[in-house]
Design a binder for this molecule. Structure first.
Ligand SMILES: N[C@@H](CCC(=O)N[C@@H](CS)C(=O)NCC(=O)O)C(=O)O
Length: 281
């Protein structure tokens, strides 16, 4: 939070005209948009928000959405990863994430919707159900700032009950969510065709969404932020994800990351191109 300037959204000054991604580093919906920005090599700034603050900030920015990711382009903020990718696609069509053929495009968007709505919330619930028992492992996924981690740790009982209420963490719901994640891997495996892709024999928004939303199953080294070290993984989570990571669907996720996750297009302050520094001055 300390990193974001309050006026960073006004379309000039600190953002130098670059798109700004407001994010939670660990969140899979945020990873989806980062991947799209990086894949299209769109130089952009990232502002990481702390949990709690992120919902308030998202609403302040967009007026209609209390979730991250939010992307600000030319002072206009859009929430929801699907809408953001549509906006990016329109503004930066190349390389495209949407199949040109309408029927294939429809299928790709349908799969995007399926992974967003039927898988994303379930893997998140399954994950938090285990990780709320391990704040020492969970909190460093939100920030590297030791002081911030300490503060979050002190407030953790409240944060934990908010997470449990917000994501409906009950034994019954968690069991159902685990089943839904396994079903997602089943569906993924049925959908991968002989080309290795989900739709139309090429990498599209469908592949990107499936792999990003299920990254925590495969734990790919290309994931750009902190992940829990293998040796520290709580047993209850390890046994769940390891079984899935070993399946063809799990290996496919790792493959998508290897082949298509690409290089970060984030512009960090230290590496700001001249055009940005001079406008900032
Ligand atoms: N449909 C949204 C979902 C995004 C979402 O659920 N984001 C979470 C982070 S994983 C969030 O900001 N949640 C805040 C909250 O639920 O209060 C999208 O695709 O962007």
């Amino acid at each position: 939070v300390g990193k974001h300037a309050p006026d960073a959204v006004e379309g000039h000054a600190p953002d130098g005209g670059l798109p700004v991604l407001w994010q939670l580093p660990l969140s899979h919906y945020n990873e989806k948009v980062r991947w799209a920005l990086d894949y299209k090599r769109i130089p952009h700034l990232r502002r990481s928000l702390l949990p709690g603050v992120h919902a308030v900030e998202a609403r302040r920015l967009t007026g209609d959405v209390s979730t991250t990711p939010v992307l600000t382009i030319d002072g206009k903020s859009t929430g929801d990863s699907t809408r953001i990718i549509a906006a990016i696609e329109q503004r930066w069509p190349d390389p495209t994430l949407y199949p040109a053929q309408p029927r294939l495009r429809g299928r790709a968007l349908e799969l995007e919707e399926y992974f967003d709505e039927q898988v994303g919330p379930h893997i998140r619930r399954a994950f938090y159900a285990v990780l709320v028992e391990h704040p020492d492992l969970l909190l460093p996924l939100f920030t590297e700032n030791e002081q911030a981690i300490q503060r979050l740790l002190e407030g953790f009982p409240v944060m934990r009950s908010r997470i449990e209420a917000r994501f409906e963490i009950t034994a019954e719901a968690v069991a159902h969510s685990r089943t839904s994640v396994v079903a997602a891997i089943d569906r993924l495996e049925r959908q991968i065709d002989s080309t290795g892709y989900l739709v139309g024999g090429a990498f599209t928004v469908a592949d990107l969404t499936a792999a990003a939303l299920l990254y925590s199953v495969a734990r790919p080294p290309e994931f750009p932020y902190a992940m829990i070290a293998n040796d520290d993984l709580p047993e209850a989570w390890r046994e769940f994800v390891d079984a899935l990571a070993d399946r063809p669907g799990g290996r496919w996720i790792a493959q998508m990351y290897r082949d298509h996750r690409g290089q970060s297009a984030e512009v960090t302050t230290g590496a700001a191109p001249a055009a940005i520094s001079s406008r900032t001055l």
